[in-house]
Design a binder for this molecule. Structure first.
Ligand SMILES: Cc1cc2nc3c(=O)[nH]c(=O)nc-3n(C[C@H](O)[C@H](O)[C@H](O)COP(=O)(O)OP(=O)(O)OC[C@H]3O[C@@H](n4cnc5c(N)ncnc54)[C@H](O)[C@@H]3O)c2cc1C
Length: 240
């Protein structure tokens, strides 16, 4: 697999405790929406047992000129160093990896269910599908504790709102803890919530990703609702 050295262009806080990092795309680097890379620090000032690199999904789309990843900043050495990097800092990138990508045929209805930082590959796939104007029906269920925690929510709401085939359902499990007034769905994504937005829950292809606990819970909810296992695509963010 090809290896690259990248320069950090800029960083941006995209939700509370969540940092997006932007890089120039190397000329010979191509990827499919939804794929991930292994991003590595070069000679970091500190390290820990997990090492100097992490698997991160590309949150940018293949159509965008920059590469972008986003991550929750936590207390690992990798994240501490990552959050202090300044523009111009060099990192290594290996990849792309993975087959958590859009299906080949345009016809099938898609449903994405994710929570928190699991939005990264979904941002890439949803925006790419909108750019390609595939005409397929798509629904995103996006769960967070509070709107402040929901990376890319405004951007995705806008993009989806401008596409007649796209529906975005954001739900907050701790909306009462928010400084904002939340008017959308509340609580976890469950069978009843799916039923309010999907005409037939057994028909779509489902993309489930994020923390392993969320993926397992969504998978078992869908199988209980009569969705065939071969209609489920999953990607677990090990480490959350
Ligand atoms: C396909 C894929 C895509 C991902 N995309 C993203 C993304 O877009 N953004 C993002 O923030 N994170 C993503 N992750 C998760 C990411 O790789 C890190 O594991 C996560 O960010 C936690 O890193 P950390 O430095 O905070 O904690 P770490 O120091 O990595 O560890 C946190 C805890 O998880 C355990 N752990 C770490 N790695 C593993 C593992 N592989 N298996 C089991 N336990 C483990 C550690 O032992 C520790 O207890 C992705 C993971 C995968 C597999």
């Amino acid at each position: 697999m090809a290896g690259y050295q990248l320069k950090l262009k800029r960083k941006q806080q995209v939700a509370e405790g969540t940092l997006a990092l932007y890089f120039d795309k190397p000329d010979d680097f191509s990827f499919k929406a939804g794929q991930c890379v292994r991003l590595g620090l070069i000679d970091p000032p500190e390290t820990d047992d997990e090492g100097n690199a992490r698997i991160l999904s590309l949150a940018s789309t293949p159509a965008e000129p920059e590469l972008m990843v986003a991550t929750r900043i936590r207390s690992s050495a990798f994240k501490r160093v990552l959050s202090t990097l300044m523009p111009g800092a060099e990192l290594t990138l290996k990849g792309p990896y993975g087959d958590f990508t859009l299906p080949a045929g345009p016809a099938r209805e898609l449903v994405f269910i994710t929570g928190g930082i699991g939005i990264t590959p979904v941002r890439s796939m949803l925006l790419q599908a909108i750019v390609e104007n595939q005409g397929r029906q798509m629904t995103l269920f996006y769960a967070n504790r509070r709107p402040e925690d929901a990376a890319f929510l405004d951007e995705l709401t806008q993009a989806c709102g401008a596409d007649p085939h796209c529906t975005l359902v954001a739900t907050m499990s701790q909306a009462e803890q928010s400084a904002q007034h939340w008017q959308g769905e509340r609580g976890y994504v469950d069978r009843a919530m799916l039923g309010r937005y999907l005409t037939d829950v057994t028909r779509p292809v489902y993309y489930l990703d994020g923390p392993p606990g969320l993926v397992a819970a969504m998978k078992s909810m869908l199988v209980d609702a009569g969705v065939a296992e071969d209609q489920l695509r999953t990607e677990e963010f090990a480490g959350y």
